[in-house]
Design a protein around this ligand. Structure first.
Ligand code: GDP
Ligand code: ZN
Length: 443
């Protein structure tokens, strides 16, 4: 089976530059005392100082390929055991072609030190272990789970991480190379929390990930006891807000997909061929949603699907799940619960796409108490929704708002902001101080 290494060459120029900038940063960190660069891990990092042309990189990859290295995607990580799905010619991981790998010996030290060395979703190059015998197709013979050794990794194009904004080293990368973050909520049971959706959206923006919103259990909107007129007003407003900003919103009934056939079809289309991270609390219908990705649902005929994806993949493990339509899902407790705190207003307002492009008098405007604030004016004029503005303030303060909370709590937020930013400034000063000291020591 010929593997097409050209797949890795179609990155846009800007992405490549970004990559190089990132690599430069990594190199700086990894430079040993004698000033030598030792990084034999990232396969797409330039080998020598300065630039390496695409052609040179292509040659290097081809050499690796012909030397028997295979491309794979990390599916699960259990300490030293790394489950890898070999990638097919389209660059998609095949969960049937599973390998149990370990990191090559020469990387042991780093793998031990860096907690994020290999994570689920990573694209890697591995070699079959010496003991593995291969058939004419190059596939392993007579083994349940063939063993392999990971030699290299590709630079991550996206990731989801938990981090402390003041201590970048305390970062825990949970997932790599996700193409789409799907935020799942149910309208009722449990009732949708819009503030939480905004929180997830900010996280997606922060990671540069495209995001979509799935609102499940819309059948319950027919129940007028649950769906009061106030609720419906809020619901419709929110849906139009998200659509207005440009997020894809799917309103579905996963239990009776026929009810929302067109939406389910649209959803399947937009999931195709992607590696998808699912975010949302348990009970909102993620398993039922994954169930709709099965090939049987190409024509949605079944009124009440009884078989659900349950078991290990949907609960405890951080692992990749192959879906019937050529998409891959990651459902992880980590993504479900990731949270953000302590943002500065510049970062945070960049993560609200509809805030971009407004000018404020102060460069570091927090958009709450300052005069001549472009964002506040936009809210007054109805160009930015009050709901999202409230979410912004809530996140800035580090609390989540419940829907329907009035101006009183808005005032509280504002009052609290000053105190918080003072504490933050102090911490930042301390951090800078420490960095300066460290630099002085080095030189
Ligand atoms: P998960 O915990 O997010 O994986 O959620 P599940 O898929 O297990 O669903 C949780 C519960 O919600 C189950 O009892 C489902 O039957 C129910 N449920 C899922 N989708 C729908 C829906 O579209 N409408 C209604 N009414 N209930 C649903
Ligand atoms: Zn402002």
């Amino acid at each position: 089976m010929a593997r097409d290494w050209r797949k890795y060459l179609d990155e846009s120029e800007s992405r490549r530059r970004d990559r190089l900038v990132k690599i430069e940063k990594i190199k700086k960190q990894k430079r040993s005392v004698r000033g030598r660069v030792v990084d034999d891990w990232l396969v797409d990092a330039p080998l020598k100082e300065g630039d390496e042309s695409e052609a040179e990189f292509a040659i290097r990859l081809q050499v690796l390929h012909t030397s028997g290295q295979r491309r794979g995607r990390v599916i699960e990580v259990h300490k030293r055991n790394i489950f890898v799905a070999e990638e097919n010619d389209e660059g998609q991981p095949e969960t049937e072609l599973l390998w149990l790998c370990s990191v090559a010996k020469r990387h042991f030290q780093r793998a031990h030190k860096e907690r994020n060395f290999v994570v689920v979703g990573d694209r890697i190059l591995f070699e079959p272990d010496g003991d593995v015998t291969l058939d004419t197709d190059g596939q392993p013979k007579n083994t349940d789970l063939p063993r392999g050794v990971i030699q290299h990794a590709f630079t991550r194009h996206s990731r989801i991480a938990r981090r402390d904004p003041l201590n970048p080293e305390w970062e825990h990368v949970m997932l790599a190379n996700i193409d789409l973050l799907v935020i799942v909520a149910s309208v009722f049971h449990p009732e949708v929390r819009w503030g939480l959706i905004d929180r997830f959206l900010v996280q997606a923006e922060l990671e540069g990930l495209p995001a979509a919103i799935v609102l499940n259990k819309v059948d319950l909107l027919d129940n007028s006891k649950l769906a009061t007129s106030e609720f419906m007003e809020r619901y419709n407003k929110r849906v139009s807000i998200y659509k207005g900003i440009g997020y894809d919103v799917f309103e579905i009934c996963a239990l009776r997909p026929k009810k929302t056939q067109a939406e389910v079809k649209r959803l399947r289309e937009s999931f195709k061929g992607k590696l998808i991270g699912f975010a949302g609390h348990s009970g909102v219908g993620k398993s039922s949603l994954l169930n709709l990705m099965k090939p049987e649902f190409e024509q949605i005929v079944d009124d009440n699907p009884e078989i659900f994806y349950k078991g290990r993949h949907t609960t405890t493990y951080n692992s990749l799940l192959q879906l019937g339509i050529g998409a891959y899902a990651i459902d992880t407790p980590g993504v479900r619960s990731f949270s953000l705190d302590g943002f500065d207003s510049i970062t945070l307002s960049e993560c609200f796409p509809e805030f971009r492009g407004y000018k404020c008098h102060y460069r570091e405007c927090t958009h709450d108490h300052e005069p001549q604030c472009g964002i506040k004016t936009a809210v007054e004029e109805g160009k930015i929704s009050r709901e999202r503005y409230r979410s912004f303030l809530g996140l800035l303060k580090g609390v989540s708002f419940r829907e329907g909370e009035g101006d009183a709590s808005e005032a509280e937020v504002i009052a609290d902001l000053k105190a918080r930013s003072q504490v933050r400034d102090e911490k930042l000063n301390q951090l800078e101080e420490r960095e300066r000291e460290a630099e002085d020591e080095e030189s």
